[in-house]
Write a protein that binds this ligand. Structure first.
Ligand code: NAD
Length: 478
């Protein structure tokens, strides 16, 4: 496959790691090695910083319109190559074809959205009330930005950062997850063709994430760190950013409640849960993790939901008829299996699935659990797999309290036909995003992000670009 790039991409050139090191990338459906990828070192990280430093003045001085046109071209080129990008996503991540195409489109949309935002960076003009001095406020590119991304969306998590960074005028160094570096590497010739100059986007896959990212964060040239991944690693990166006073943007873990009220349209709620739970096989920070159904409608809702789950076909995601591919690796699959066994040992009932298959590939079947006790570990940790853990509730007050009873605050879902009730529950939920009668909240036009231990800052929308900008204020008189 000619799109398979497996070297570091620094200053517009492909190169091996400075010590010649590599690491393996596996196909999770077959457990076979796809290729060996160059494993960046601290020396390579310094080359990336130098390339970004040299590229910064030219990129920042391009007019917003020029930057916007390049981003727009990137959107068009990615859209032309959706099948190639989505095949690569499936190959290294495992997700099924429709999820992979959905992700490739979603990734492309960040380039289109930020092509449009690049020309809309706003400032303002005011007057200091006591002195009459003029207050001129504008946004400047923050500078070299390091982007660290997870494996669950190999294209989209990077695009969601590269788009706004480039629109703002910042050069970037991106460190993709070691499980899935190939998609991001394959995007580089596309960005090059779109007109992104050498050094503006550098890709540094590495097995030694801690030391390589750590070295970049200790360097005074680095101005922004934008991280998506687990809360645990996010905290370490925040510590390192604090030592060097680097601007952080953190998209961390979630533990989303999905609330089905007594008056909900149950068919719509079951469809919404299929998206909130099964999109990306549940390997999403936005995945419905704790499902609360009003006790008066539990039986009917669960029956409808199981019917939909039972129709899903599991297998190698490269087959277009497959809905459920493998999970990304053995560790993720075994953790999902542990959550099911733990819940069952504490009294949960398996209504569907629940058995780890034999044979090659990190597969786990769509699973529905009911009677899940509060003590089950899957309710306090991210399941990150196709397992729906269902509990019941009986009052609005109770469900708000239970939904908020988590250290996370990324996204919550509420289904009700009563708008007043829906707004009341939504406004009382301590989450950065609410899907009210919707199982999907992600959109380039919307500010994606969480509160509490789910993160700091927002991606997408206008807010996403501010993460890569510094406000400058000029005081003057005339
Ligand atoms: P992870 O935290 O293990 O890894 C994320 C990235 O950080 C990878 O590139 C990894 O190589 C790198 N990394 C690991 N240790 C590091 C260190 N010490 N220093 C610097 N970099 C390091 O997360 P993951 O397992 O790849 O992804 C799953 C997690 O990501 C889940 O918790 C999920 O909720 C979260 N996530 C959050 C969002 C969001 O937008 N909030 C989106 C997707 C995934």
């Amino acid at each position: 496959m000619k799109e398979l790039k497996n070297q570091l991409y620094i200053n517009g050139e492909w190169r091996p790691a400075s010590d010649g090191g590599t690491f393996q990338v596996l196909d999770p459906a077959t457990e076979k090695v796809i290729t060996n990828v160059a494993s960046g070192t601290v020396d390579d990280a310094m080359l990336c910083l130098k390339a970004a430093e040299d590229a910064f003045p030219l990129w920042a001085s391009k007019s917003p319109r020029e930057r916007g046109e390049i981003l727009r071209k990137a959107f068009e080129l990615i859209t032309e190559k959706l099948d190639i990008i989505s095949n690569l996503i499936t190959l290294e991540n495992g997700k099924g074809a429709s999820d992979a195409i959905g992700e490739a489109r979603y990734a492309a949309e960040f380039f289109r959205w930020y092509a449009e935002e690049a020309v809309r960076s706003e400032g303002h003009l005011g007057m200091a009330p006591s002195t009459g001095a003029r207050v001129l406020v504008h946004q400047k590119p923050a500078g070299i930005s390091v982007l660290v991304t997870p494996w669950n969306y190999p294209a989209a998590m990077g695009a969601r950062k590269i788009g706004p960074a480039l629109a703002a005028g910042c050069p970037v160094i991106i460190k993709p997850a070691s499980e899935t570096p190939l998609t991001m590497l394959a995007l580089m010739p596309i960005l090059e063709k779109a007109g992104v100059p050498p050094g503006v986007v550098n890709v540094l896959p590495s097995r030694s994430s801690g030391s390589v990212v750590g070295a970049i964060l200790r360097d005074r040239r680095t101005k922004v760190v934008s991280f998506t991944g687990s809360t645990e690693v996010g905290r370490q990166i925040l510590h390192a950013a604090a030592d060097n006073v680097i601007k952080p943007a953190m998209e961390l873990g979630g533990n989303a409640p999905f609330i089905v009220c007594e008056d909900a349209n149950l068919e719509a709620a079951a469809d919404g849960l299929m998206v909130a739970k099964m999109r990306n096989l549940g390997e999403a920070c936005t995945a419905a993790n704790r499902i609360y159904v009003h006790e008066n409608v539990e039986l009917e809702f669960v029956e409808r939901f199981i019917k939909k789950m039972a129709k899903l076909k599991m297998g190698n995601g490269s087959d277009a008829s497959i809905d459920v591919g493998p999970l990304v690796n053995a560790e993720t699959r075994d953790k999902v299996d542990y959550f099911v066994r733990d819940a069952v040992s504490k009294g949960a009932k398996i209504n569907l699935g629940g058995k780890k298959p034999e044979g090659k590939g990190f597969f786990y079947p769509p699973t529905v659990l009911t009677n899940v006790p509060d003590s089950a570990d899957c309710l306090s940790d991210e399941i990150f797999g196709p397992v729906a853990a269902i509990q019941t509730f009986n009052s609005e007050m109770e469900i708000i309290e239970r939904a908020n009873n988590t250290e996370y605050g990324l996204v919550a879902y509420v289904y009700t036909t009563d708008l007043k009730r829906g707004m009341n529950i939504s406004e009382n939920l301590e989450f950065g995003m609410i899907g009210l009668n919707r199982g999907l909240v992600s959109d380039p036009a919307a500010p994606f992000g969480g509160v509490k231990q789910s993160g700091l800052g927002r991606e997408g929308s206008k807010e996403g670009m501010l993460e890569f900008q510094e406000t400058q204020y000029i005081s003057t008189e005339w």
